[in-house]
Design a protein around this ligand. Structure first.
Ligand code: GDP
Ligand code: GDP
Length: 441
C-alpha cells in the first residue's frame, strides 16, 4: 500500500452495543494482525486500513478493547474520547438510533465538543427510511447534523466516508521534504517522554505545522536539525499531559500502536530506575513486527548509581529481554541533565537510513554464496535446502527474497545465520530485516 506513513487516523468512539465493531468490520480492509509468537503481544484487532476513493486512512476502534474488570462504562468512554481527541485527525462518534439518546451519549458529547478536531456524529441502526425520524433527537448533542447509517446493511456508509475524507488535510506533508523522518516516542507514563520531547523542541528548530485545522491540537510536531527534517508523532498529548487515559495500560498501548504505525523510527523510552515493563515489551514487539527502525532510549540515567559495569549490565538485560532485537541501538540519556540527549536525533536519522537502505544484488549474492560455503544449509530426509540466489525486494524494512528449491527445508536458525551474515557485511543497524522464500525448480 502506498503512502502508508502519511495516513490520517480516524477514531471510532461510542457506547457498547451501538454497533462500532459492526461498522468497523464493514469498513475494514487489511487488518493489522500481530504475530503471535512475539512475547507479550496479544492479538488485539483494533486497527484497520480503509481505502475510499483513492484516499487511505487508519481506522481505530477505541472501543475494541477488552473490558477491564471493575471499570465502569462511562469512565471507559471518557478514556476512549480522550484517546480519540489526542491522536485522531477525525473522530466518528457512533450512537444507537434504535435505542435513542442516552445520558452517556450526552456526557461523551460534552467532552467531544471541546476538541477543535472534526467530530462526525453517526447515528447507526437506521436500517430503513422509516426509521429516519429517529435521528432528530441527536441534534441536542450539539455536534452538528447527525449522519444516518446502517452498519448492518451498509446504508449511508458511502456518504459517511465522503464526509470523513473531506476533513483530511489536502496534500499532507507536501510542504516538507519527501525524506522527512517520522519518529514515534513511546514508553510507559512517567518514563520521561514529554521531558525528552520538550528538550528536543527547545534545542532544534521547530517548524509550525501548515496543515489547516491542526494548529490548536496538532497531532504531529515538525523540527529540523542540520538540514534534516523530523516529524514527532503524537506529541501534542504528551506535552499537554493528558494522562488520564494513559494510566489505563490498554489505552496507552493503543496510542503507542497508532504512533508506531505511522513512524519510520520507534523510540522505546525506558525509565532507568524502573526497568523494562510489560508495555515496553509489547510496543517493541509491534515495532519489530511492523519493520520499523527501533531504538531503546534508557532515560533518567542520572538516577542510577554507576560503576564501570553498570552500562554493560543494563545493555545485557535489554538484550536478554529482547533477543529478537539485537540490532537496536541502546542509548543511555538523561532529559534532566541533558546527558547524550544530542545523540537521539542523530541516531534516529542513522537508523532511518539503515531502514531504507538498499544493497545490490551482486553484493548480496557474494555474501550469500560465502555464507552457504562456510555453513551448509539444512537438510531433511536426505534432501538439502538449495539457495539459488537472493535479491533485496523491499525497503522500510529491508526485505530479501531468496529463491530456493523447497520451502519445507527452510529453517529459522539458518535464516538467523544468513541474517547475521547480511548484517555483518551491510550493517542494517537498528532495523529488522524480513525474508521471503520463493520456490524455483
Ligand atoms: P459495539 O459494542 O459498539 O461494537 O456493537 P456491535 O457492533 O457489537 O453491535 C451490537 C449489536 O447491534 C449487535 O447485535 C449488532 O448486530 C447490532 N447492530 C450493529 N449495527 C446495526 C445496524 O446497523 N442495524 C441493526 N438493526 N443492528 C445493528
Ligand atoms: P512521560 O509521562 O513519559 O511524558 O514523562 P515526563 O516527561 O512527564 O516525566 C515524568 C517525571 O520524570 C517528571 O517528574 C520528570 O521531571 C521526570 N524526569 C524526566 N526525565 C528525567 C531524567 O532524565 N532524570 C530524572 N531524574 N527525572 C526525569
Amino acid at each position: 500500500m502506498s503512502n502508508s506513513n502519511n495516513r490520517p487516523i480516524v477514531a471510532v468512539v461510542g457506547r457498547p452495543n451501538v454497533g462500532k465493531s459492526t461498522l468497523f468490520n464493514k469498513l475494514a480492509g487489511k487488518r493489522i494482525s500481530i504475530v503471535e509468537d512475539t512475547p507479550g503481544v496479544t492479538r488485539d484487532r483494533i486497527f484497520t486500513e480503509v481505502e475510499w476513493l483513492d484516499r487511505y486512512f487508519t481506522l481505530i476502534d477505541t472501543g475494541g478493547i477488552e473490558p477491564d474488570n471493575g471499570d465502569i462504562i462511562l469512565s471507559k468512554m471518557r478514556n476512549q474520547a480522550m484517546l480519540a481527541m489526542d491522536m485522531a485527525h477525525v473522530i466518528m462518534f457512533v450512537v444507537d438510533g434504535k435505542a435513542g439518546l442516552t445520558a452517556a451519549d450526552k456526557e461523551v458529547a460534552q467532552i467531544l465538543r471541546k476538541t477543535s478536531k472534526p467530530v462526525i456524529l453517526v447515528v447507526n441502526k437506521i436500517d430503513n427510511i422509516n426509521q429516519f425520524d429517529n435521528i432528530y433527537d441527536f441534534y441536542e448533542l450539539g455536534l452538528g447534523t447527525p449522519f444516518a447509517i446502517s452498519s448492518a446493511n451498509g446504508m449511508g456508509l458511502g456518504d459517511l466516508l465522503d464526509e470523513v475524507i473531506a476533513f483530511f488535510p489536502k496534500g499532507l506533508n507536501t510542504e516538507y521534504d519527501e525524506d522527512i523522518i517520522k519518529i514515534a516516542i513511546t514508553g510507559k507514563p512517567n518514563a520521561g517522554k514529554s521531558s525528552i520531547v520538550n528538550k528536543m523542541l527547545g534545542e532544534e528548530r521547530v517548524i509550525v505545522s501548515p496543515i489547516a485545522g491542526t494548529t490548536r491540537d496538532a497531532v504531529d510536531t515538525y523540527l529540523e536539525r542540520d538540514g534534516q527534517q523530523f516529524m514527532l508523532i503524537d506529541t501534542a498529548g504528551i506535552r499537554k499531559k493528558s494522562k488520564i487515559y494513559e494510566t489505563v495500560e490498554k489505552y496507552s498501548v493503543i496510542r503507542s500502536m497508532a504512533a508506531v504505525d505511522r513512524a519510520d523510527v520507534v523510540m522505546i523510552v525506558i525509565d532507568a530506575a524502573e526497568g523494562i515493563t510489560e508495555q515496553d515489551t509489547k510496543v517493541a514487539g509491534i515495532a519489530h513486527d511492523e519493520g520499523k527502525g527501533c531504538i531503546f532510549v534508557v532515560n533518567k540515567w542520572d538516577l542510577i548509581e554507576k560503576d564501570n559495569k553498570t552500562l554493560g549490565n543494563y545493555t545485557k538485560e535489554i538484550r536478554e529481554k529482547f533477543p529478537f532485537m539485537m540490532y537496536a541501538p541502546v542509548l543511555f540519556v538523561s532529559a534532566k541533565t541533558n546527558q547524550r540527549m544530542n545523540k537521539i536525533l542523530e541516531t534516529a536519522e542513522f537508523v532511518a537510513n539503515e531502514n531504507a537502505k538498499r544493497v545490490s544484488t551482486s553484493a548480496l549474492n557474494d555474501v550469500i554464496g560465502e555464507a552457504v560455503m562456510l555453513n551448509q544449509p539444512p537438510s531433511d530426509k536426505g534432501k538439502r535446502l538449495k539457495i539459488y540466489y537472493g535479491s533485496q525486494t523491499g525497503v522500510k524494512p529491508p526485505k530479501f527474497t531468496l529463491f530456493i528449491n523447497d520451502k519445507q527445508l527452510t529453517h529459522f536458525s539458518y535464516q538467523r545465520y544468513l541474517e547475521n551474515k547480511i548484517r555483518e557485511n551491510f550493517g542494517f543497524e537498528g532495523t529488522p530485516i524480513h525474508f521471503e522464500y520463493r520456490e524455483k525448480r
